[in-house]
Design a protein around this ligand. Structure first.
Ligand SMILES: Cc1cc2nc3c(=O)[nH]c(=O)nc-3n(C[C@H](O)[C@H](O)[C@H](O)COP(=O)(O)OP(=O)(O)OC[C@H]3O[C@@H](n4cnc5c(N)ncnc54)[C@H](O)[C@@H]3O)c2cc1C
Length: 400
């Protein structure tokens, strides 16, 4: 069958595109199906948000040969300052102390999309099929057949579902998910400030939820402000100046006066985890497998580690990409990373989105303690940099 592939990736967002690009040097025949045209700058996930990439993610992109294309759009995070509004205690993580050139990088999601899409258009072993949607799916022992909304039928040894939190593939397979609706909304915007950020990222926990400002280009900082569901309506409707005034009260004056705000966006926050992410000749990665609260900026970083481990397995000795052993091998490697990040993120949301006074004091004490315990702090820094987990060749700087 001419329409047969080794691997079909469904979803060309940050994670699906990264997998296609990681497999560039392989001799696999790959197709990627994306609901939006990749030539029109329309994909919803490639908006004006700043995405914090861990140092580990930067290393993966370096090995893939993509970092030189992403670097011009990135801003280095040299320090992270974490504090709790109204409570004693703060902690600071610094690249210098950790002995690394950067704790991470912040990249405009839109720029990342443009780099990925251009690189995919130039990739020889990849057929980009878009705009197209998967409408049906049939699994057999030998392959999976999928039907698209334009009437095409394709088959593959392996389907990788990278089609986001509301995965169509998951729905077609009728798979169960674990869900936790936080009843919170993230408000995003790019903010200009009176003082230069000097590469500092801030995470400040306030009664209405955490406020994070990540350093970006042109001395702007990328805001993620988490509020309870319902409170976002008023904040989104405020004039720019009233919004800045409100934010200033919550964030304080660490960057001086907040002077300008760009377009505001809002994202309802829910954790979803596909209960059985490995099926017969199908595997779920990225948000299709686990959609996280953005409190710790780990969603894409974890998805990229899924990509690195899966690409590693697909380029190893297995003759058939859909071999059940290969998929279970992938899951064995990646499961503990996924479980740890999901649990830690959930814990942070519960600890830091709670206005209980006792918890507030405990947080303050914890932050102060953390600041004087270099070992624990260093462990946390290493984890958030994605360095604690080096299970794939891409993460270790080795070509596939
Ligand atoms: C406010 C906010 C801030 C964040 N900040 C960070 C951060 O700083 N660092 C970090 O690591 N993570 C961050 N994240 C998380 C990050 O955005 C996600 O983890 C990441 O976008 C997931 O990418 P994905 O490719 O798995 O899914 P998506 O981005 O949802 O992409 C899925 C793709 O699949 C396509 N698709 C869907 N259905 C179909 C179908 N049936 N057929 C074909 N195509 C289909 C869609 O068009 C889309 O392009 C943040 C998230 C939010 C909400």
């Amino acid at each position: 069958m001419n329409n047969h592939y080794d691997v079909i990736i469904v979803g060309g967002g940050m994670v699906g595109a990264s997998l296609a690009l990681a497999l560039k040097q392989s001799d696999l025949k790959i197709a990627l199906i994306e609901a939006f045209s990749v030539k029109l700058d329309q994909q919803p996930s490639y908006d004006d948000r700043g995405i914090a990439l861990s140092y580990g993610s930067q290393r993966i992109f370096e090995t893939m040969g993509l970092w030189s294309k992403l670097a011009p759009y990135s801003t280095t995070i040299s320090d992270i300052h974490i504090s709790d509004r109204g409570h004693f205690g703060a902690t600071r993580l610094s690249a210098k102390q950790e002995g690394v050139p950067a704790l991470g990088q912040v990249i405009l999601a839109r720029a990342m999309g443009q780099v990925f899409n251009q690189a995919m258009l130039e990739q020889e072993n990849l057929d980009l099929i878009c705009p197209a949607n998967v409408t049906e799916l049939e699994q057999t022992e030998q392959h999976v057949i999928i039907s698209l909304n334009d009437g095409q039928q394709l088959s593959a040894n392996l389907i990788v579902a990278a089609d986001g939190a509301n995965s169509t593939i998951r729905r077609l397979l009728n798979l169960a998910v674990t869900e936790n609706d936080y009843q919170q909304v993230a408000i995003t915007a790019n903010i200009s400030t009176e003082r230069p950020h000097l590469g500092k990222a801030f995470e400040r926990f306030a009664e209405t939820g955490p406020v994070a400002l990540l350093p970006m280009s042109d001395n702007r900082s990328s805001l993620i402000w988490t509020v309870n569901t319902g409170e976002e309506t008023e904040l989104l409707e405020l004039s720019d100046q009233d919004f800045l005034n409100r934010l200033q009260v919550h964030f304080g004056y660490r960057l001086g006066k907040l002077t300008q705000v760009g377009q505001r966006g809002s994202f309802p926050l829910k954790m979803t985890q596909t209960q059985q992410p490995v099926q017969q000749r199908i595997v779920f990665i990225g948000n299709a497998a686990h959609n996280l609260h953005p409190i710790a900026g780990q969603g894409f970083n974890l998805g990229l580690r899924d990509v690195a481990v899966l690409a590693d397995k697909l380029c190893s000795t297995y003759a058939d990409c859909g071999d059940p052993e290969l998929l279970h091998d992938y899951q064995r490697w990646q499961q503990s990373d996924q479980d740890t990040v999901i649990k830690t993120t959930d814990l942070l949301v519960n600890l830091f989105s709670n206005d209980n006074a006792l918890l507030g004091h405990a947080r303050g004490a914890g932050l102060a303690l953390l600041d004087i315990l270099p070992r624990t702090k260093s462990h946390i820094a290493q984890s958030s940099m994605g360095l604690a987990n080096k299970q794939s060749r891409l993460a270790r700087g080795i070509d596939l």
